[in-house]
Design a protein around this ligand. Structure first.
Ligand code: PAF
Length: 340
């Protein structure tokens, strides 16, 4: 069930500290949305940096209507982690999926047990590792269709609006054993305080709270499984994938994903998922997918948390996923050409 954004419900008046990990395009977009939409008396927003010393960093943001604004963000350096992190009420993690665990390894031990962590990245997988690293903290996951591009290191431009879905992680029964023991003890309190939920839903346009975030993430994963590797391999825009020559691959990859999701007790139905994949291909016809851009810029791709996640989960259930494995292999081959 998705609850609509309700900014009228009771808000706590206490100042909350929100910390953002990852100052990429999405991290800077969320920083801007939080610090402009929510009154400064309700939240203090900072960015957790990997530099040694804390510093004030001006961040410039260009909105969809081309309005430019600059805000000075507090970047918390390693020297100040011990002082700042215990005060964080909500930690929003915006790094790439393959960077999540390394980033949180030093951060989680310094957070209070009451802190809430929100993972906001493309693809799936890190939540299974993060669930084992928690020290009493609660965990939410999110997916956003908002788009942003960096104009320079500290200047981000929003390039598309879109829905953001957020929700508390409810691990399926067979993963419960993965949770750390302190996590299992505190499972009764695993909710996001209303005040924090309201801050997120107020700040992020078109954001929705979902009681079943894993299903939302699997649905998004189906889109990425079909579009991302094919656009990277064939060096094309999303719209090209509507051509007949790609349909066998798309149908095979998405069919495998639906089988794996169903084995995970996620109720997806192939016809409606395929329908959505083709809708997104049409709606984003002129876009270059994030994986296409990663390959063009010779960056590590998110293949392990997209098609690779389907292959990994399939193994747990004894399901064959040759098409997804083939797409993983092809992308790894492309990466090898520049990651020698
Ligand atoms: O990763 C991406 O690029 C996007 O999630 C999507 C929906 C495939 C559009 O380009």
């Amino acid at each position: 069930m998705i609850l609509a954004n309700d900014s009228t419900s009771a808000n706590s008046t206490l100042l909350k500290q929100v910390s953002i990990v990852g100052a990429g395009a999405i991290g800077q977009l969320i920083y801007h949305q939080l610090s402009t939409a929510v009154s400064a008396s309700k939240i203090a927003v900072n960015v957790i940096s990997r530099a040694e010393h804390s510093q004030l960093q001006p961040l410039t943001f260009t909105s969809l209507d081309n309005t430019e604004s600059t805000q000075t963000a507090e970047f918390v350096g390693l020297n100040d982690y011990a002082q700042q992190l215990p005060k964080t009420d909500l930690l929003i993690v915006c790094v790439k999926a393959y960077q999540v665990c390394a980033a949180l390894k030093t951060i989680i031990p310094m957070l209070s047990a009451e802190c809430h962590i929100l993972l906001l990245h493309n693809g799936m997988g890190p939540h299974l590792d993060v669930a084992q690293m928690l020290n009493g903290q609660s965990l939410s996951l999110g997916t956003t269709s908002q788009a942003a591009l960096k104009q320079s290191l500290w200047h981000t431009k929003q390039t598309g609006k879109g829905v953001t879905q957020l929700g508390i992680l409810q691990l399926p029964k067979h993963f419960k054993a993965l949770e750390s023991s302190s996590q299992q003890k505190s499972s009764a309190q695993k909710t996001l305080p209303e005040s924090l939920k309201n801050i997120l839903l107020t700040a992020i346009p078109q954001s929705q709270w979902s009681e079943d975030i894993l299903t939302m993430l699997w649905q998004k994963l189906a889109i990425n499984v079909a579009i991302n590797p094919l656009t990277a391999i064939h060096n094309c825009q999303n719209g090209q994938l509507a051509h007949e020559q790609y349909s066998d691959t798309i149908i095979a990859a998405v069919t495998e994903l639906v089988k794996v999701a169903n084995a995970e007790h996620i109720s997806l139905e192939l016809p409606s998922v395929l329908n959505r994949v083709y809708q997104v291909i049409t709606l984003t016809a002129d876009n270059y997918s994030s994986m296409h851009q990663d390959v063009q810029h010779q960056r590590t791709t998110e293949i392990d948390s997209i098609n690779g996640f389907v292959v990994q989960m399939a193994k747990l259930h004894g399901i064959a996923t040759p098409q997804n494995q083939h797409l993983v292999d092809e992308i790894k081959c492309l990466e090898l050409q520049y990651h020698r």
